[in-house]
Design a protein around this ligand. Sequence first.
Ligand code: G1P
Length: 292
Amino acid sequence: MKMKVRKAVFPAAGLGTRFLPATKAQPKEMLPLVDKPIIQYGVEEAIGAGCDQIIIITGRGKQAIEDHFDVSYELEKMLEERGKTDLLKIVRNISDMIHVAYVRQKEALGLGHAVLMARELVGNEPFAVLLADDVIDADVPCLKQLIDVFEEKQCSVLATQVVEGAAISAYGVLKGKPVDGTNGRLFEVTDLVEKPKPELAPSNLAVIGRYVLTPAVFETLSVTQTGAGGELQLTDGLRNLLKKEKIYGFVFDGKRHDTGDKLGFLKATVEFALKRSDLGEPLRQYLKGLKL
Ligand code: G1P
């Protein structure tokens, strides 16, 4: 029987050191892109891809994420009393959006470890993993594109993008065989390496933070040794999964913004604001007037 991808896991226990001091008392996932926290873009993408359960892996200091997806009685009451119906709708939509479950990762021991924390809540079914830092602007949600491949192949599928030059060493990198008739979009993965030195990278195909995984990955992660940075890496778990199952890499359609990086965050802010009907034009005028 073919299984549907219903659950989306968001590892969100990381310390966000790249954004200090902004992230000293605030989760990096709650930094706003224009007026919406980064993690909400991912949650909306998961919903748009057909998921109906969100599992967020949190840690200390991440309570603002839980509050964000919860009902805010005081705020709603105040907006209601002041007749601010538009804002009330926006605020209610967030808590009405979807069921969210939380698992606490006591120590930040790596992405593989974070995913393993979701084992009990996911159970024996395929699931998605979204890294909220990677915000992907696409006509068809990136995760939906991966799920379409999953539905055909019934194997794990990793979002993939070409990254040229030394920058490749910031990613999980795959080696793969192009699948005939897919125009170089789909690869059967033959090997995976986490953050290789540029000269050792097996290709220029980087893994981007969207995954559809089979539940077999939990078993392999539970016996995977710690790797790069002394952490349990998801990439290493997937490499072990290759011994049992096929994995595909899919070059998705869409623009990925690395909002975990300061420059990437600024670029995403400008691009998203320029697309807004209320802000786009005045921002464009302002930018044109800057002496650059
Ligand atoms: C993580 C993964 C890496 C992947 C990247 C995508 O790395 O470990 O394999 O390529 O996300 O954004 P991080 O950026 O958390 O160091």
